[in-house]
Unconditional design. Structure first.
Length: 40
């Protein structure tokens, strides 16, 4: 596992950044929907 991590550091970092971006987008959309419902 450590050798694989050393062989593919770039792909692993890109995959982690993609997951972080998706989670942040989902959280921001959920917060906007909650605020919109509270305003209405």
């Amino acid at each position: 596992f450590f050798g694989m991590n050393l062989q593919l550091p770039f792909t692993h970092s890109v995959f982690g950044w993609g997951i972080a971006l998706i989670i942040s987008l989902v959280l921001s959309i959920w917060m906007l929907i909650a605020l919109w419902r509270r305003i209405r």
